[in-house]
Design a protein around this ligand. Structure first.
Ligand SMILES: Nc1ncnc2c1ncn2[C@@H]1O[C@H](COP(=O)(O)OP(=O)(O)OP(=O)(O)O)[C@@H](O)[C@H]1O
Ligand SMILES: [Mg+2]
Length: 364
C-alpha cells in the first residue's frame, strides 16, 4: 500500500489513525517468506509528500524481504530453543523417574531384606542361648572325677559306690549333647536359608530390571514350607500356633523368590495382627488349594481383623496402622503378584474378626 500525498483523498481516507497522525506519505509493505505473509513494514513521513520514491521503494522492498527472513529465523530459533528446553525438561523427568524407580527398588530390597533379617536375628539369639546354656561344662567335671579316682576306678564306679551313677550320667549327657548338636545344625541350616534368600533379593534387584522375572517350575507346597521356615523362629516367639492345609496341586512356573517374598509379607502381617489377641488364641493357618484352573495360597489369621473404613487403603503405598510399620508389604506384594500373572487380596469380616490373605494364580 502506497499513499504519495495523504492530504488528498485516498482509499484509506476514512481511517481514524491516518486522519489524526498527520502523515503526509505512507508506505506499508507486506513481509513475505515463501509466499507466506509473516508481518508488515509500515512507514510514514509527516514532513514530505511522495517521500517514498521508486528508488527508495526498491530498497525498502529489499529490506522487507530481509526482515521477513530474520523474523522467520528468529521464530525457528525460538522453536529450537523451545525444543531444547523440552528435551532438557524431559531428560530431567526421566532422571527423576529413574531416581524414584531406584528409590522404590531400594526400599523394596530394604523391606524384604528387613523381613528376613528379623527372623535371622531371632534365630541367632536362639542359637546363642542354646550354646550358652549347653552342659559341656558337666563333661569336664565328670572327667575330673574319673581322673581323680584313676586308681581304684573299678571300685569308684561300682554300683552303689560314690561314682556308681557316673556311667549312666555320662550316657545321658552324651544323648543331650547329641540332641543339642542336631538342633544347632538345624538352626545353622535355617541361617543359611535366610542368608541365601537375602542374597537372592539383592541379586534379583541388581541384575534384573524390576519387570523381569526368573521363572522356574516350582512346587508351591515347598515354597510355603520355605516361607514358614524363614518365619518360624518369629512365629514361635510370638506364641503363634500354626496349622497347614496343603492340597496336592500341579507344579507351576513362577518366580520363586517373588512368591517367597509375598508369603513372607503375608505371614509377617498375620503375625502382627495376632499380637492383638491373647496368647493361646493366636492361630495361623496356611492353605494351598487347587480349584479348577486356579491355585490359591491363603494365609488365614484369627487376629485383630480389618475395619471396613480402611479396606480400600490396604494396598496403598505407605498405608499402615502399626507404629513401626511402613505400609510397604502389601503394596509391593500386590505388585509382585501382578507381575507373576496372579492376584493378591485381603479380606476380613471386620475388626476383631481375623483376616484372610489370598494369593491366586491361574493354571496354564
Ligand atoms: N492380616 C492382617 N490383619 C489385619 N490387618 C492387616 C493384615 N495384613 C495387613 N493389615 C493391615 O494393612 C496394613 C498395611 O500392611 P502392609 O504389610 O502393607 O504394611 P505394614 O505391615 O503396616 O508395614 P510393613 O511395610 O513393615 O509391611 C497394616 O498396617 C494393617 O493395618
Ligand atoms: Mg507388612
Amino acid at each position: 500500500m502506497f499513499i504519495g500525498d495523504a492530504s488528498k483523498p485516498h482509499p484509506f481516507s476514512s481511517d481514524e489513525y491516518l486522519a489524526r497522525s498527520g502523515a503526509r506519505s505512507v508506505l506499508c509493505l507486506p513481509l513475505m517468506r515463501q509466499e507466506q505473509f509473516s508481518g508488515a513494514l509500515y512507514l510514514e513521513n509527516n514532513l514530505a509528500t511522495n517521500a517514498f520514491s521508486p528508488a527508495r521503494l526498491a530498497l525498502l522492498g529489499h529490506i522487507a524481504s530481509q526482515a521477513a527472513i530474520s523474523i522467520e529465523n528468529a521464530r525457528l530459533y525460538a522453536d529450537v530453543e523451545r525444543a531444547r528446553e523440552l528435551t532438557q525438561a524431559h531428560a530431567r523427568l526421566v532422571d527423576t523417574a529413574r531416581a524414584v524407580g531406584m528409590a522404590e527398588g531400594a526400599s523394596n530390597v530394604l523391606h524384604n531384606v528387613g523381613n528376613v533379617l528379623t527372623s535371622a536375628v531371632i534365630n541367632l539369639e536362639m542359637m546363642h542361648h542354646a550354646v550358652g546354656s549347653s552342659r559341656f561344662g558337666r563333661l569336664k567335671q565328670a572327667t575330673a572325677l574319673i581322673l581323680k579316682h584313676r586308681e581304684g576306678l573299678a571300685e569308684f564306679l561300682a554300683p552303689g559306690a560314690r561314682g556308681g551313677n557316673l556311667p549312666s550320667y555320662l550316657a545321658a549327657l552324651a544323648e543331650e549333647l547329641i540332641g543339642e548338636q542336631t538342633r544347632l545344625v538345624e538352626d545353622i541350616d535355617a541361617m543359611s536359608r535366610h542368608i541365601e534368600h537375602i542374597r537372592a533379593i539383592v541379586q534379583v534387584q541388581q541384575t534384573y530390571a524390576r519387570t523381569s522375572l526368573m521363572t522356574e517350575e516350582c512346587d508351591l507346597a515347598q515354597l510355603i514350607d520355605d516361607a514358614l521356615r524363614i518365619q518360624m523362629a518369629a512365629l514361635k516367639r510370638h506364641g503363634v500356633v500354626l496349622r497347614c492345609e496343603i492340597a496336592p496341586v500341579p507344579m507351576l512356573k513362577v518366580d520363586k523368590h517373588k512368591v517367597l517374598q509375598i508369603l513372607i509379607n503375608l505371614i509377617s502381617n498375620a503375625k502382627h495382627a495376632l499380637d492383638g489377641v491373647p496368647e493361646g488364641k493366636r492361630n495361623l493357618c496356611v492353605r494351598l488349594v487347587g480349584e479348577g484352573k486356579r491355585v490359591r495360597i491363603q494365609v488365614v489369621d484369627d487376629g485383630m481383623g480389618i475395619a471396613p473404613e480402611v479396606r480400600e487403603k490396604l494396598f496403598t503405598h505407605g498405608f499402615t496402622t502399626r507404629p513401626e510399620g511402613h505400609g510397604f508389604g502389601l503394596h509391593s506384594s500386590a505388585l509382585a503378584a501382578q507381575m507373576l500373572g496372579g492376584r493378591l487380596t485381603l479380606e476380613s469380616q471386620g475388626t476383631g474378626k481375623g483376616a484372610v490373605a489370598t494369593l491366586e494364580f491361574p493354571l496354564p
